[in-house]
Design a protein around this ligand. Sequence first.
Ligand code: NI
Length: 136
Amino acid sequence: MKVTVSRKAHFNAAHRLYRKDWTFEQNDAVFGKCNNPNFHGHNYELIVSVTGEINPETGYVIDIKDLSDLILEEVEKPFDHKNLNLDVPEFENLNPTAENIVVVIWNKIRKKIEPELDLEVVLFETPRNFVTYKGE
Ligand code: NI
């Protein structure tokens, strides 16, 4: 019997979508307004979901307080009120698209939870635009 436990979280961050090895015109053609050299911000929302068997002793799949602390340390503290391109080492040479951000977040949390638990992260860049990564 598997149950999914989810925790919502939030961070505000700035980014610019571009490739350093492309000209401004190439970047403009692909990334449009998101290539603004002065950056722009989003209110990112995320849902982190952990699926596994209920521990018969505790009744928990994962202690949600532990999950919440993990998201705070791995995502909120390093990303909130940051410029993703300039302040977050993972994006020094990785375009901070929603797709790449969700994979970075998934990898950070994956390392900190028990291997038998399944992990899914949904990242909303706007209320209508969101991406999902399950490690596949
Ligand atoms: Ni953007």
